[in-house]
Design a protein around this ligand. Structure first.
Ligand code: AGP
Length: 612
């Protein structure tokens, strides 16, 4: 949600901080602030509501010199979108400054106690409390910043990614993390701390991730990491192979279109080295060491939010049909609060592109609490879910920048297919069927390329249907979750009402909405439920509803009843969701562009929902 960058080193901090925070704009934010401190402790501070460009305007013609500083993009959780609430926040003396990502759950009681001690607050945020708490501890005990911070953190309940400085202690940043991502970009005589690797890639690819309840002391020459008892923690440098260019648009008008068209490549990357076609199996390095444990599991929970949940739903069908393991897809925010009955032999798979979605992470914690084996299907290396699950499979698709998730979804389905192969072949899935699935999976990237070649046709359809305000998406079995995902794509970037349901559900109420102003998109491939879907199309047409049908290449029948048809190549029913979602992604994209909307930064949304 919020973006954080801190710099301490030998170069001017301002350009590095601004470059870093601009690379985090995709995370969604509503205000920003920056602080640079020079060697004499002189502060240069600016805050603004809205885009980073507003902040830059404020800095122009000001002398923001200094090689030490912090910058923050805020996504409001406590307190309105105002300059006063923008970070960095400080203590009464304006010596201690900090930026924060997360939610301090006990900030009210801390604030009341600090008010009683005479502190005065300048904002309505939970964050500002931390600065005054550190000030109080420093003053009361005569401590340095590095001594006071861990004591203050022990009083805090909630989540944080924090970067703190005290102008009286030059060239020291204290970074601390609990549930909100934070990493150190290791440089040469300089260090950059950030909430996301995209902020540091133009300066270094060497990163060290902080873990929950750890803090780091960072200077230009060095850094040390400790737990909250101030015991040194060992760490290792990871080499990030994403260069910044990968995060740029590469000629596409929007990250979203770039990422839609990158899916042949991202699927190749997700499948690379993992398909054992001759053995009809999958090689998942991250699961090797628990292979025998996996042989014994007899129920799976697949947990995700939003698009990741719809991927989980596809996985549910796959794993039950081909691995014959009782499987349940669960919405993270529901799972964490219901009382799941875990049984011996259960396992939970968390699906999350960012690896930081709070509700999914909470589900992992709930399962771990109950001793349940937890796995992750995650894209961001070193993210919280990746590190807190017992094992997992990385998606390897590079940064997904657009808020609307596209390549992550198809990658997750491909990996769920690999998992189905892996677990199925440990059970009753035959070599013949395993080989069939593996072969079909290996063809998927090229089939996706074929579907993408119809982009212009889909753009024309978006144009043709641009005037409608409501859409119904219908699918059955493997394509029911795809219908839901197609509806979500349209909703989240074009803000029109869209609903995805199982086609069979239509007659149980939804059909009441259908008329000439309420078009439907029906996924009606020549599969095990084809005839049923044809009937649904007839029912819609009988009520003057318009129908865009997604159909199997060569199906002449459907052309006679649907208003428009998008033909897709044939593959296994279990893999059809990867192909079927592409036209829905493109339809949503072109529809939103036609409306002149900010496709990559949809209103009210953030890329990674790291708060409840
Ligand atoms: C999808 O387009 C949305 N941006 C959103 O539903 C997203 O899929 C969800 O927040 C889960 O994110 P994650 O995969 O990073 O956990």
């Amino acid at each position: 949600m919020c973006g954080i960058v801190g710099y301490v080193g030998k170069r001017e901090a301002l350009p590095i901080l601004l470059d870093g925070i601009k690379n985090l704009e995709y995370r969604g934010y509503d205000s920003a602030g920056i602080l640079v401190v020079d060697s004499k402790g002189k502060l240069s501070l600016a805050k603004s509501v809205g885009k980073i460009s507003n902040l830059e305007k404020k800095i122009t013609n000001q002398n923001f010199s200094g090689s030490w500083g912090i910058v923050h993009s805020r996504w409001a959780t406590h307190g309105g979108v105002t300059e006063a609430n923008a970070h960095p926040h400080c203590d009464c003396s304006k010596n201690i400054w900090l930026v924060h990502n997360g939610i301090i759950e006990n900030f009210q009681e801390l604030k009341e106690a600090l008010l009683k001690r005479g502190h005065h607050f300048r904002s309505q945020t939970d964050t500002e409390v931390i600065a005054h708490l550190i000030e109080e501890i420093k003053k009361e005990k005569g401590l340095s910043l590095k001594e006071a911070v861990p004591l203050a953190l022990k009083k805090i309940q909630g989540t944080y990614g924090l970067v703190i400085l005290d102008r009286r202690e030059p060239h020291l940043l204290v970074a601390a993390r609990n549930f909100s991502p934070l990493l150190i970009g290791v440089g040469n005589q300089e260090n950059i701390v950030a909430s996301d690797v995209a902020a540091i890639l133009s300066h270094t690819r060497k990163v060290v991730y902080l873990n929950d309840r750890e803090y780091a002391l960072i200077t230009p020459q060095d850094f040390e990491i400790f737990n909250l008892d101030s015991q040194p923690i060992s760490w290792r440098v990871q080499e990030i192979d994403w260069d910044l260019k990968a995060a740029k648009k590469e000629g596409f008008p929007h990250f979203m279109l770039k990422e839609i068209f990158s899916q042949p490549q991202s699927l190749e990357d997700s499948l690379r080295g993992r398909l054992l076609i001759e053995e009809g199996n999958a090689k998942l390095g991250g699961l090797e060491r628990i292979k025998e444990t996996l042989r014994k599991i007899n129920r799976l929970y697949l947990v995700g939010c939003g698009t990741a949940y719809f991927a989980a739903k596809v996985g549910e069908y796959m794993l039950e049909e081909y691995a014959q393991i009782p499987t349940k897809a669960e919405i993270g925010s529901e799972f964490r609060y219901k009382k799941p009955v875990f049984l011996k032999g259960d396992a939970l798979v968390a699906i999350s592109q960012s690896g930081e979605t709070a509700d999914t992470l909470a589900a992992v914690r709930e399962a771990k609490e109950k001793g349940v084996l937890t796995l992750g299907i995650v894209n961001v290396v070193g993210s919280s879910i990746a590190r807190q699950t017992d094992a997992g499979v990385y998606q390897h698709i590079g940064p997904e920048i657009s808020v609307a998730s596209t390549k992550a979804f198809t990658s997750q389905i491909a990996i769920l297919a690999l998992l189905t192969l892996f677990l199925g072949r440990q059970r009753n899935l035959s070599l013949v069927m395993g080989k069939r699935i593996a072969q079909e999976l290996s063809k998927i990237p090229s089939l996706v390329k074929k579907v993408l070649s119809q982009a212009d046709l889909i753009k024309n359809l978006a144009n043709k249907y641009a005037g409608y305000k409501n859409f119904l998406f219908l699918g059955r079995k493997y394509n029911f979750p795809v219908a839901c995902e197609g509806a979500l794509k349209l909703k989240e970037i074009s803000y029109v009402h869209a609903e995805g349901i199982g086609s069979g559900e239509m007659k149980h109420g939804t059909i009441a909405m259908i008329d000439k102003n309420f078009p439907s998109i029906v996924l009606a491939f020549q599969d095990s439920v084809y005839e049923k879907n044809l009937s649904n199309i007839q029912e819609i047409k009988a009520r003057q509803g318009k129908v865009i049908a997604l159909a199997t290449q060569g199906d002449k029948k459907i052309k006679k009843i649907a208003d428009d048809v998008i033909y897709l190549p044939k593959t296994l029913e279990m893999l059809m969701p990867i192909l079927a979602v592409i036209p829905l992604q493109l339809f949503a994209y072109y529809f939103a562009v036609l409306k002149g909307l900010d496709v990559d930064h949809p209103r009210n949304l953030a890329k990674s929902v790291t708060v409840e």
